[in-house]
Design a binder for this molecule. Structure first.
Ligand code: PEP
Ligand code: CO
Length: 463
């Protein structure tokens, strides 16, 4: 492990507890009109069983440490925000399918094991740019995600309701339960990638390239099995991990627990929570909460981040400089990445800080069309991804992962890609409540392009 030369920054305010964040300014929190009802819900949540276990969390941290060393690759993706209405079997299975397909392409071309992490089973709270929304002279609290309030424009819909925290916990449990059953039941078996095909795929010009990869993987598997004389049973299942933005701190706090025979406190609502770009203030409540949990964590790194601030973040969030503990999900925008990323990478290298670099090419490339629709352009997303790959390699580091907003559905929210979606198509199947997602075909195409980049890269040394 590298020693840090930077001065240690002790967060002010003393000892950490799961509630010590309440002493700090907390951005993006709803105001609950009934604090007694909130406390009642929080104590129920604290009694309910955890959604994930500490040993799964430790396994993921180990795998992220390997990705930090260049031995694995992180694939993180899912909806911008989950909705209660979309908690149904096909939507979950489609998301799993596209992540499995993307993982297969990256494993095949990048020659690295892929860590699959969904933005699901808890992605129910969203940061918003204003606390209130006004329509025709009526001002109400802004919609902050299904875990907090409802999207309709009435007082009843928009008043933050703590019962929704329980509903979100339950939906998360249902989602995770279905994913675990699918994975354990053989859905993710690499012998049967045909299970993951989606109906509309056969029409795609990418289908042939994808099928070639699947066939070559099948050949390799059969070859290995012939060689060793038995089925490769490890391949029957792959791991899936969950992640969400740890935004609503009461919810996170209620599921933060100590477990037998391990030190520290675990957030057992998810394997891999992250801090959003709007809530990463150095003196803020989110940093205070995250510094004390034992999970691997990530921070979104947007265009206002300075190298000094990035260093200070690593000192607060990963003082032991443990590989796998901290991921930077950079989302600088295709137009800024060349100017900003090298400085951030060099600051980490100059102080020997261990971070995993994961590119989110979505959030720095959002635009609004003349008719007021939020979209993202395929070529900008790809441009940020490619630039990040090259910048990191040229700095002597490496791109360790990718973070996408995507769906397994055939939506029309992002412009471009070989499916040729144009601005005029956006209204046809725009389903996202918030940010525009890559549809199934765009996500697969993006992965095939990334795979080409990765396959030109020399194999990483094993540590
Ligand atoms: C998000 O991931 O949906 C999000 C809000 O990202 P960011 O914090 O990077 O803006
Ligand atoms: Co988003």
């Amino acid at each position: 492990m590298h020693a840090s030369n930077a001065k240690k920054i002790e967060p002010e305010g003393g000892e950490w507890t799961p509630t010590s964040w309440q002493r700090k300014p907390a951005a993006q929190q709803p105001v609950y009109p009934d604090p007694v009802a909130l406390q009642e819900v929080l104590s129920q949540l604290a009694r309910l069983p955890p959604l994930v276990t500490s040993w799964e969390i430790e396994t993921l941290k180990q795998q992220l440490a390997e990705a930090t060393r260049g031995e694995r690759f992180l694939l993180q993706g899912g909806d911008c925000s989950e909705s209660f209405a979309d908690c149904e079997s096909s939507s979950i299975a489609y998301k799993l399918k596209i992540l499995l397909q993307m993982g297969l392409v990256l494993t095949q071309s990048g020659r690295k094991r892929v860590i699959r992490v969904g933005r699901f089973a808890g992605q129910y709270a969203k940061p918003r740019s204003a606390d209130t929304e006004t329509r025709e002279g009526v001002t109400l609290p802004t919609y902050r995600g299904d875990m907090i309030n409802r999207g309709g424009f009435t007082v009843a819909d928009r008043t933050p309701n703590p019962e929704l925290l329980l509903r979100a916990y339950e939906r998360s449990a249902l989602t995770i339960n279905f994913i675990r059953s699918l994975v354990d039941g053989g859905f993710a078996d690499l012998h049967h990638p045909e299970y993951w095909e989606l109906g509309f795929m056969s029409k795609s010009p990418l289908a042939a390239e994808y099928r070639r990869m699947v066939e070559s993987l099948g050949d390799s598997l059969r070859f290995m099995e012939t060689l060793i004389g038995s089925p490769v049973s490890e391949i029957n299942r792959v791991d899936f991990f969950t992640s969400h933005e740890g935004l609503q701190l009461y919810y996170e706090q209620a599921q933060t627990r100590q477990v037998p025979r391990r030190d520290g406190w675990y957030n057992l609502s998810t394997h891999f929570p992250w801090i959003g770009d709007r809530t990463r203030a150095l003196g803020g409540a989110h940093l205070e909460y995250f510094r004390g949990i034992a999970n691997p964590i990530a921070v979104k790194v947007g265009a206002t981040m300075t190298p000094e601030e990035a260093l200070a973040l690593t000192e607060i969030l990963n003082p032991a400089n443990e590989p796998g503990r901290l991921t930077f999900i950079h989302r600088l925008g295709a137009d800024r990445v060349e100017a900003m990323l090298p400085g951030l990478v060099k600051a980490m290298q100059g102080h020997g800080r261990q971070v995993l670099w994961c590119c989110d090419p979505m959030h720095g490339n959002t635009e609004t069309t003349a008719s007021g629709i939020k979209t993202r352009r395929f070529e900008k997303i790809l441009a940020e991804l490619e630039a990040s790959f090259h910048i990191l390699r040229d700095c002597g580091a490496h791109l360790g992962g990718v973070h996408f907003e995507l769906t397994g559905d055939n939506v029309t929210e992002c412009i471009g890609g070989s499916c040729g979606l144009t601005e005029a198509d956006l209204s046809r199947a725009y389903r996202s409540q918030l940010d525009p997602r890559l549809n199934y075909e765009q996500a697969l195409e993006m992965t095939l392009l990334l795979a080409r980049l990765m396959s030109q890269r020399p194999l990483a040394k094993r540590g």
